[in-house]
Ligand binder design. Structure first.
Ligand SMILES: [Zn+2]
Length: 58
């Protein structure tokens, strides 16, 4: 079962959808997208928890 994260759920107006086979893969790609697209260098524990809660079954 694939997972996906709609960045717009976190960053208002961002159209990016991040997909992966596992939660870990989505988190890793999401962290890279956050760095590239939003200038977010480091995700703290609260942010990671919040992002995890937004990951859906694709
Ligand atoms: Zn984004």
């Amino acid at each position: 079962m694939a997972k996906e994260l709609h960045c717009g759920d976190i960053m208002d107006g961002c159209p990016e959808v991040i997909r992966g086979a596992t939660e870990e893969e989505v988190l890793r790609k999401g962290a890279q997208h956050a760095r590239d697209a939003h200038g977010v260098d480091k995700l703290d524990d609260d942010t990671v928890r919040m992002v995890k809660s937004k990951i859906r079954e694709a």
